[in-house]
Design a protein around this ligand. Sequence first.
Ligand code: FES
Length: 67
Amino acid sequence: MTTSDEVTITAYPDGPLLVRGAASLQTVEGEPIEVTRRTVALCRCGLSTIKPFCDGTHKAAGFRTDV
Ligand code: FES
């Protein structure tokens, strides 16, 4: 069970990490990365053109995960 202010990260099989909740995103330098939605998909295939976000390229690339 989740509460409304809880952040959850869901690893989608063969796809991105879906972050739900009020998470803040930043670069390694600590600069904020603008997030306009309460749910964001983070690329884990490394092929997205809009990193750190997923742009769907993983599908065409045939990206596969164990989890
Ligand atoms: S996981 Fe979707 S583009 Fe990388």
